[in-house]
Design a protein around this ligand. Structure first.
Ligand SMILES: Cc1ncc(C[n+]2csc(CCOP(=O)(O)OP(=O)(O)O)c2C)c(N)n1
Length: 310
């Protein structure tokens, strides 16, 4: 097995004070996924799961920039995307556990969710052409609405991504592609599978590319407001590349990163940085969200199995 080493030299940097609502959402996602891992350890969950630990701030940044009629396309690492869209940890846990009250009757599980204008898929690259078709539908509807799709850096190896980018720019569609570039795809570091850069690939289609470093939710959001508005009102496709880190393994137990790479990810985690900077607010909100998630776990695990029509 390859041992992956490297150093990106990007630090977590500063964090601005957050509204309780934003911090609450960040910590809801964190506690929710830690609870999932705990449930796996107890043998109470089946299959696998991909946590976004360390990457929670990305959907939290984007949440207020989106209209509820905008479409959001998520991927296999989608718990944070869903919880930033719907304040519904019980529905998501029920979906993952196949219990009553599940968003999709427990058929979709962790990776395949459909609710309103939100959908996720575990098939890499599948969502971009669909997001393009949706963006076309929205553009023809004449309302300033957009389609936003989350993809990872590894998914830039899929050919459908390029067909989608080509059409989005050619037809001037309101599409935002959010790249969560954690520099690794399952077990393959990006430099071992991608020639060139994501920026150059977007540029090849004439699509604007914007790279975001750091974890300061307020600062990043302020930076993105005009860019997302241009996509919405001027139908200018946009690629937003977040330079980010995943703290955990790819899914549950497949981590072949060298210890120094895991340490590097931990050094870039927003969580201890924010806790050290604003301890009173952090402890207060963390206690609330931890309690909330514990109650959700107790409630959902006590529910009967979900049923669906065959
Ligand atoms: C078409 C397809 N090929 C392979 C897989 C298996 N797979 C699931 S996630 C993943 C890696 C995705 O990496 P990336 O896009 O960088 O996202 P990340 O996991 O880093 O968030 C792979 C290969 C898949 N789900 N779909």
């Amino acid at each position: 097995m390859d041992v992956i080493v490297g150093n990106r030299g990007v630090t977590a940097g500063g964090v601005s004070p957050l509204a309780d609502e934003d911090l609450g959402l960040l910590l809801l996602i964190r506690h929710f996924e830690l609870a999932l891992l705990d449930l796996f350890d107890q043998g109470k969950l089946n299959g696998t799961t991909h946590t976004c630990l360390g990457q929670e701030y990305i959907p939290v940044v984007l949440r207020p920039l989106l209209d509820e009629r905008d479409y959001v396309f998520s991927n296999h690492r989608g718990h944070g995307h869903y919880l930033a869209r719907y304040d519904d940890p019980a529905g998501l846990l029920a979906e993952i556990m196949g219990r009553e009250g599940a968003i999709c009757n427990g058929v979709g599980g962790s990776q395949h969710i459909l609710r309103g204008t939100y959908m996720s898929t575990g098939v890499q690259g599948q969502s971009l052409p669909i997001a393009v078709g949706t963006a076309m539908h929205l553009e023809r509807g004449g309302q300033p609405l957009l389609a936003l799709a989350y993809i990872g850096d590894g998914t830039w190896g899929e050919g459908s991504v390029y067909e989608a980018l080509n059409m989005a720019q050619l037809w001037r569609l309101p599409l935002v592609v959010v790249v969560e570039n954690n520099r690794i795809a399952q077990s393959t570091p990006t430099e071992r599978q991608m020639s060139g850069t994501i920026a150059d690939r977007a540029r090849a289609f004439g699509i604007r590319h914007h790279r975001i470093t750091g974890v300061d939710v307020e600062a990043i959001r302020a930076d993105l407001v005009p860019l997302v508005a241009e996509t919405r009102h001027q139908n200018r496709p946009l690629v937003l590349e977040f330079d980010t880190y995943r703290l955990g393994p790819h899914s549950k137990g497949d981590d072949n990163r060298a210890p120094e790479l895991i340490r590097e990810a931990e050094e870039h985690d927003w969580h201890p940085v924010y806790a050290a900077r604003f301890p009173e607010q952090f402890d207060r909100i963390s206690a609330v969200q931890s309690r909330r998630v514990a109650e959700v776990v107790a409630d959902v695990t006590a529910r009967p199995l979900s049923t669906w029509e065959q």
